[in-house]
Write a protein that binds this ligand. Structure first.
Ligand SMILES: [Zn+2]
Length: 390
C-alpha cells in the first residue's frame, strides 16, 4: 500500500508545494491592470506574421529537443551501457561521476542538430551576429562546464544513496539549496566572464542616469556593467544578477547603442525594480521551499524507474536523471507564474520611476515575462493613471 501510493503522493506534493510557494512569494504590488490592446495597432501585419512564424518554428524545435533528451534517457535507463556494468561495482563514486557527465554530453550531442537549426532560424530573422566557429566554441565551453557540474552531482548522488539509503533526498535538498546560492553568487564572477566581456559602465550620460534612477528608487544598485552582447546577438536587454558582493546590473551594449537615453532609462528602471524587490533572493527562497518536495519526488520516481537496479549503484543513476528530466519541466511551468508576476511588478516599478511614455522597443516573447502586448498595456495603464493624477 505505502509503496504504491508513495509515488503519486510525492509527485502531487511537489507540484502543489511549487504552486503554494508561488502564492506565498508573489509580489503584492503589480501596478494597474494592463489595458487590453490589439497587437495590430502596434505592429504591422508583416511583422506579426514574421514573429508568429519564428515563434512557432522555435517552439517545435524546443519540443523536439525535449523529446530527444527524454528518448536518450529512456534508452540508457532500459539498457545500461556495458562500461557501467564493469567499472560500476568497483569504483561506484567515480563511475557515478563518469556516467552523469557522459549522459550530459550525450544529451548535448543528440540535440545539437536541433540547436543548430534553431540558431539558423534566428540568424535568418537577424538575431544572430556570431560565426558558426564562435558558436561551436560556446557549445564546447558550456558542454564542458555542464559535464563537470553534472559529474559532481552524480558522484554526490552515489555517496548520498549509499550513506542515507531511501532518505538521500534530505541531504540532497541541502546540497541543491547550497549549490543554488553558490552558483548565484559565483556565476557573474566566474562563469559569465567565460562567455562575455564585462566592463564597468564608464562616466557619462548612462552612468549618471543609472545612479540618479537608483537614488530615486532608493536601492543600492551594486555595480553597473556593460556586456558585449553584440558579439552574439542583435537583441537588446538588461538584467540583474548575483547576490551580496556579486550583485550587479548588466546592460547589453546593443541597448546602449541602438536606443535613446530615455528608452535605456526605462529598461534600467525596470531592472532597479528587481533590485528593490529583492527578486534574486526571492528566487533562492523559492528554490529553498520547493527543493525538499522536488527532491523527494525525484527520489521516489527515480527508484521506480530504476526497476531492479541496485539502489546506490551507478546503474541506478540514469533513472534518477530521467526522473529529474520529467519533474523539472512540471515545476518550471508552475514557477514561471511567479516569474511573470515578478516581471510585471518590476515593470510597474520601472514605469513609476521613469517616464511612463511607452517606449517603442520590442521585447522578446518569453514565457517568463508578460507578453509584449501586456507590457505595452501596462505602460498605457500607467500613462493613464499618471495623467489622471496630474
Ligand atoms: Zn525583468
Amino acid at each position: 500500500m505505502r509503496r504504491t501510493l508513495g509515488l503519486p503522493i510525492a509527485l502531487v506534493a511537489a507540484v502543489v508545494v511549487a504552486e503554494a510557494a508561488v502564492l506565498l512569494l508573489r509580489p503584492r504590488d503589480l501596478g494597474p491592470e494592463p489595458v487590453p490592446l490589439e497587437a495590430r495597432a502596434y505592429f504591422s501585419s508583416a511583422q506579426l506574421e514574421r514573429a508568429q512564424d519564428f515563434r512557432t518554428g522555435q517552439l517545435w524545435l524546443f519540443g523536439a529537443s525535449l523529446l530527444i533528451e527524454a528518448g536518450v534517457l529512456i534508452l540508457v535507463v532500459r539498457k545500461a551501457p556495458p562500461p557501467l556494468r564493469s567499472v560500476g561495482p568497483r569504483h561506484p563514486v567515480l563511475a557515478g561521476a563518469a556516467v552523469t557527465a557522459a549522459i550530459s554530453v550525450a544529451l548535448g550531442l543528440a540535440t545539437l542538430p536541433v540547436s543548430a537549426v534553431a540558431r539558423e532560424r534566428a540568424k535568418d530573422v537577424g538575431l544572430v551576429t556570431q560565426s558558426w566557429l564562435g558558436w561551436a566554441g560556446d557549445v564546447a565551453k558550456s558542454q564542458a562546464i555542464g559535464a563537470v557540474l553534472w559529474g559532481a552531482g552524480g558522484a554526490l548522488l552515489i555517496v548520498g544513496m549509499r550513506r542515507f539509503g531511501r532518505r538521500w533526498w534530505i541531504p540532497g535538498t541541502v546540497v541543491v539549496i547550497v549549490f543554488g546560492v553558490a552558483i548565484t553568487y559565483a556565476s557573474p564572477i566566474v562563469l559569465d566572464p567565460l562567455f562575455n566581456k564585462f566592463t564597468v559602465l564608464s562616466e557619462g550620460r548612462t552612468r549618471s542616469d543609472v545612479l540618479e534612477l537608483a537614488r530615486r528608487a532608493k536601492v543600492n544598485v551594486g555595480k553597473v556593467y556593460e556586456v558585449d552582447a553584440s558579439r552574439r546577438t542583435t537583441a537588446s536587454n538588461a538584467y540583474v544578477t548575483g547576490i551580496g558582493h556579486s550583485k550587479r546590473v548588466v546592460i547589453y551594449d546593443n541597448l546602449l547603442k541602438d536606443f535613446t537615453p530615455g528608452e535605456v532609462r526605462f529598461v534600467v528602471a525596470h531592472e532597479l525594480g528587481h533590485v528593490r524587490h529583492r527578486d534574486v533572493p526571492r528566487g533562492l527562497l523559492y528554490l529553498a521551499l520547493v527543493a525538499p518536495f522536488g527532491m523527494f519526488a525525484v527520489a521516489r520516481l527515480g527508484e521506480r524507474l530504476a526497476g531492479d537496479e541496485e539502489p546506490g549503484s551507478p546503474a541506478a543513476l540514469p533513472a534518477m536523471l530521467l526522473a529529474i528530466a520529467l519533474i523539472a519541466p512540471a515545476i518550471t511551468v508552475v514557477s514561471n507564474q511567479l516569474s511573470r508576476q515578478v516581471e510585471r511588478s518590476a515593470e510597474a516599478f520601472g514605469l513609476e520611476i521613469s517616464d511612463p511614455d511607452p517606449p517603442g522597443w520590442v521585447s522578446f516573447l518569453l514565457g517568463t515575462h508578460p507578453t509584449t502586448m501586456q507590457r505595452i498595456g501596462q505602460a498605457e495603464a500607467a500613462a493613464k493613471a499618471s495623467s489622471r493624477d496630474g
